[in-house]
Design a protein around this ligand. Structure first.
Ligand code: GUN
Length: 282
């Protein structure tokens, strides 16, 4: 018998705790503020940004949105970030990715000061994650670790397989599982014997970006399966895991929607609170 890991409920608990702390800071005269920048008209990005703004407001944070046109230059974007870097009301800066092709993403990420980099994409924060000494963790892997903790799923000694090696999810996910003493394998598009490797996983994290990629024959009996996918098929949101065929083999599984997605925003809120506390020496 499997259980569904309810990302909506866990994210609500995380956000409630953040809201309480934001209110406590406010009583001391300290505000918590996030600036979100979006360049261009990507419809999915627009939805994500709007959800981030709503979450900030619901938790009593200051929320500023900068919606810039598609033809914004790299210099214009970086000069906005530089202004926000020294803006006392703003504790966290997030520039929604992907950016239009004419803008160098790496230069933009590097221009956000590490103290306000609530995405944890800056090389300094990435390096800190590598050595296990970090303030910010990228929101999606952080959300997954929070779910595992909340569900009392012990990582120590377990075979963990991450499918996907992106800088945003796969690589930091592997590091966080390793810090919890998991035995971690990262698979990707060039991996040979993918099915066999996945079938060894006690904890399987799918961050592939392909609808229904993980099928029942790739899953060990009793595994915990975490689905990071956000794919649109005929207008319907679906994950990287073929939920219907896989669920009965698992001990616990995250749904899409209502699994990892809501956790990502909750962890962004938590990172923004952490930024506000650090910047005020709390
Ligand atoms: N695009 C997709 N996911 C993310 C994220 O976590 N942060 C940013 N900045 N852009 C994204």
């Amino acid at each position: 018998m499997y259980r569904i890991i309810d990302g909506k409920a866990i994210s609500a608990a995380v956000k409630e705790a953040v809201k309480t702390e934001v209110a406590q800071l406010k009583e001391k005269g300290i505000t918590t503020g996030l600036a979100v920048i979006i360049v261009g008209e990507d419809p999915a990005s627009k939805v994500y940004v709007s959800n981030k703004k709503k979450a900030c407001e619901a938790l009593g944070m200051i929320s500023r949105e900068y919606a810039l046109p598609e033809n914004t230059t790299e210099d214009e974007l970086i000069s906005l970030i530089e202004k926000l870097n020294s803006d006392k009301e703003i504790n966290g800066i997030l520039c929604q990715l992907p950016l239009p092709k004419h803008i160098n993403e790496k230069k933009v990420i590097d221009s956000i000061i590490p103290e306000k980099d609530v995405d944890a994409f800056h090389p300094q924060n990435v390096g800190k994650i590598m050595i296990g000494d970090y303030d910010f963790v990228p929101c999606t892997p952080a959300g997954i670790m929070e779910m595992l903790k909340y569900e009392n799923i012990d990582v120590s000694g377990k075979r963990c397989v991450v499918i996907g090696r992106s800088n945003i999810v796969g690589k930091p996910m592997a590091m966080l599982l390793l810090h919890k003493n998991g035995t971690v394998t990262v698979c990707h598009s060039k991996t040979e014997n993918l099915k066999e490797i996945c079938r060894e996983a006690d904890i399987l994290v799918a961050a592939v970006g392909r609808a229904n990629f993980v099928t029942a024959d790739m899953v060990k009996e009793g595994a915990v399966v975490i689905d990071v996918g956000m794919n649109r098929v005929d207008g319907k949101l679906c994950g990287d895991v073929d939920f219907d065929s896989v669920k009965d083999k698992t001990s616990a599984i995250t749904p899409v929607p209502g699994g990892v997605g809501p956790m990502t925003i909750a962890m962004l809120m938590k990172n923004t609170l952490t930024a506000a506390k650090k910047q005020n020496n709390i």
